[in-house]
Structures are given as structure tokens and as C-alpha cells.
Design a protein around this ligand. Structure first.
Ligand SMILES: NC(=O)c1ccc[n+]([C@@H]2O[C@H](COP(=O)([O-])OP(=O)(O)OC[C@H]3O[C@@H](n4cnc5c(N)ncnc54)[C@H](O)[C@@H]3O)[C@@H](O)[C@H]2O)c1
Length: 325
């Protein structure tokens, strides 16, 4: 049995508690949360011991699950790693690039596994693209949310856009060549809405829009490549693939079209979207990486790379902005 301690049992921490309870080979040992009201709720609902001392909880666990606000990620991760505990930390990995680099170094020098909670990698709509060879040259993303004070201790780039940055870096196997960005803080002092263009060395261009001040929700990514269009709807868990090819799948609608180079078949398919609970899946894969001594699916390096792009974006927005420098 691997013993887990959850650090931060607010909105997302409770989802983690629910999922850990359903994962085999895991025992919840306790939690740490400085908020008395939250702690009372958790004790009542989960009958889980509350620890008021971080070290005392670290001493009785194998895995530290860090679901506290981002500005606490670094110190909690550092304490856990120094005690030789495996770490699952919510996204973004840390608050500053210095912290991210320090964590990567600490993990390298230790014998622990670290995974970052970039949960969209486990979204069923993204998992449905598993059998599609992704080699996009152009990516268009819209991630729009209604305003919620939770998460506003960081900008919309580190709060929402970082999900898409991580997915894009996992798909585009090329280095970032240049970034241009514009954004504005409406409800907070940091950008609440932003548009970003990332150019990669292989010619791929990604155009991302993120907002946390929208009237309607949307989480869509569209990838365009030589032989296919792939649409991923993270919110409604739907995936669409349109290919210039013979239909191979039974779940396909196809029609012919005359082009200057002859007749082509356009095949439209909706790949099967697996019935997966993304949070449970990411935590299970983390457990597996510990048990099998393999690489975690979203490593500290992945977390640092996503943060690096996010911070470059914030710098560009700062340079462009007359109001919020
Ligand atoms: N992966 C995702 O899609 C996703 C979604 C939401 C939030 N998050 C991340 O999860 C983290 C928590 O977000 P949330 O929405 O649950 O916030 P929240 O405000 O609802 O909960 C945070 C909890 O942490 C507690 N806390 C404060 N300081 C602490 C400390 N030093 N140690 C332990 N606990 C502490 C608070 O009392 C609170 O109960 C953030 O890093 C956020 O970016 C990720």
C-alpha cells in the first residue's frame, strides 16, 4: 500500500480525495489544510485525520499530493522531495521559473517521482486522438471560462492557457522559435484575456486565445496538418477527424470531391472517445510510474517547459501593455 497525504483540500483537493479512495494500492493517511472550515468539512466527510504540522504528515506518507494554491507549490514540493517522498503537484508546477528550475534539480538529485497535474492530457477527447498521427502545421485554440475568483492569484496564462501550452508542446516535436502576445487585465491586475501566437522551428504556428471573463465556456483545439484536420472539444468530450483518404473506420462518413489533381475522398470520423475520468486516470498513471519505476506521464521537465513558454508570453504581454506593465 502506498500512503498518500493531500496538501490543500479546497475545490480540487476534494476531487483528488474522492479519486484516491477509488484507486487500488493506495491508502489515504491524512491531509494538511490551514483553513479550519475546510478541515472540518474534510474530517466530517472523509473521516480522515487532519495534520496541523507539514513535517508530521510527510513522515507518515509515501506520496505528497499538493493541491494548494500555486504560490505554495514550491515550498511544499521542496519539503516533500527533501524527505524522499514522491510528489504529485497541481499545475502550474511552481510560481516562478527559478522555483521550477530548483524543483527539476531537486528531483534529479533525489530518488523520487514527480508528476504535474496537466489533467487535459488525460481528457477523453484528447485520448481519442491516440491512433491519429499528430503532426500539425497550424493549431487554433479557444479556452474560455466565466469569471471565478478561484485561481486569480495567477494570470489567465498560468491558470488556463498553460493546459493548452502543455498539450501543444507534447504534440509539436520542435522548439519554440518566437512568441507574440497581447492581453489585458479586466477583473484582476494580471491578464484575464489573452491572444498568443507561437511559431515553432518546424514551421508550425499555434494561435491560442484564453479568457476567464467570458459569458460562455469553450475548450476547443483544432489541429490542421497535411493529411488531416483534427478537432478536439475538451469541454463536450468530442473528437472529429477529417482526412483526405479512403475510409478505414466503420464510424466514418465519406464523400468524393473533384480537385485540380483528380478525385479525392474526404472521410469524416468521430473516433471512439474512451469513458475515462481524467483525474482518476492521471493519479493512477502516477501510481503506476512509482510501482514500475518508470517516467511519469507529465514530468517536472514537462511542467517546467510549459511554465517557460507561459512566462515568455507574460513578458511579451507586459512589454506590449501600456496599463499593466
Ligand atoms: N488541473 C486543473 O485543471 C486545475 C483546476 C483547478 C485548480 N488547479 C490547481 O489546483 C490548485 C488548487 O486550486 P483550487 O481550485 O482547489 O483552490 P482552492 O482555493 O479551492 O483550494 C486551495 C486549498 O489550499 C489550502 N491551502 C492554502 N495554503 C496552503 C498550504 N500552505 N498548504 C496546504 N494547503 C493550503 C486552502 O486553505 C484551500 O483549502 C492550484 O494550484 C490550481 O492551479 C488545477
Amino acid at each position: 500500500m502506498l500512503k498518500v497525504g493531500v496538501f490543500g483540500t479546497g475545490h480540487l483537493g476534494k476531487f483528488h480525495l474522492n479519486n484516491w479512495k477509488e484507486i487500488g494500492g493506495i491508502e489515504l493517511a491524512g491531509f494538511y489544510d490551514p483553513d479550519d472550515n475546510t478541515a472540518k468539512e474534510v474530517i466530517e466527510k472523509y473521516q480522515l485525520p487532519r495534520f496541523t504540522d507539514i513535517d508530521a504528515l510527510l513522515d507518515v506518507i509515501d506520496i505528497a499530493d499538493i493541491v494548494a494554491p500555486t504560490n505554495h507549490h514550491f515550498s511544499l514540493c521542496e519539503q516533500a522531495i527533501k524527505k524522499g517522498k514522491h510528489v504529485f503537484v497541481e499545475k502550474p508546477l511552481a510560481n516562478t521559473m527559478t522555483e521550477a528550475h530548483d524543483l527539476v534539480k531537486l528531483v534529479k538529485e533525489s530518488n523520487v517521482k514527480l508528476q504535474v497535474g496537466h489533467v487535459e492530457r488525460f481528457n477523453p477527447a484528447f485520448l481519442a486522438t491516440k491512433n491519429v498521427s499528430l503532426n500539425p502545421m497550424f493549431i487554433e485554440v479557444h479556452r474560455l471560462a466565466q469569471f471565478n475568483p478561484r485561481g486569480t492569484e495567477v494570470s489567465v496564462i498560468l491558470d488556463l492557457m498553460i493546459h493548452d501550452i502543455d498539450i501543444i508542446l507534447s504534440v509539436v516535436k520542435s522548439d519554440v522559435k518566437s512568441i507574440s502576445a497581447s492581453g489585458v487585465g479586466v477583473m484582476t491586475e494580471t491578464p484575464d484575456i489573452a491572444n498568443v501566437r507561437i511559431e515553432f522551428n518546424n514551421g508550425c504556428v499555434a494561435n491560442l486565445t484564453s479568457s476567464r471573463i467570458s459569458m460562455k465556456k469553450m475548450r476547443k483545439m483544432r489541429l490542421f496538418q497535411k493529411d488531416a484536420y483534427i478537432g478536439i472539444d475538451f469541454l463536450n468530450k468530442k473528437t472529429e477527424v477529417i482526412k483526405l483518404k479512403e475510409p478505414q473506420d466503420s464510424n466514418v462518413f465519406a464523400f468524393d470531391i473533384e480537385t485540380p489533381t483528380g478525385k479525392k475522398t474526404i472521410a469524416m470520423a468521430n473516433p471512439v472517445v474512451p469513458e475515462v475520468n481524467a483525474i482518476k486516470q492521471e493519479l493512477e498513471e502516477f501510481r503506476n510510474a512509482i510501482l514500475n519505476n518508470t517516467k511519469t506521464p507529465v514530468s517536472e521537465i514537462d511542467g517546467m517547459m510549459a511554465m517557460d513558454v507561459a512566462h515568455q508570453i507574460l513578458k511579451k504581454i507586459g512589454n506590449n501593455s501600456l496599463v499593466h506593465g
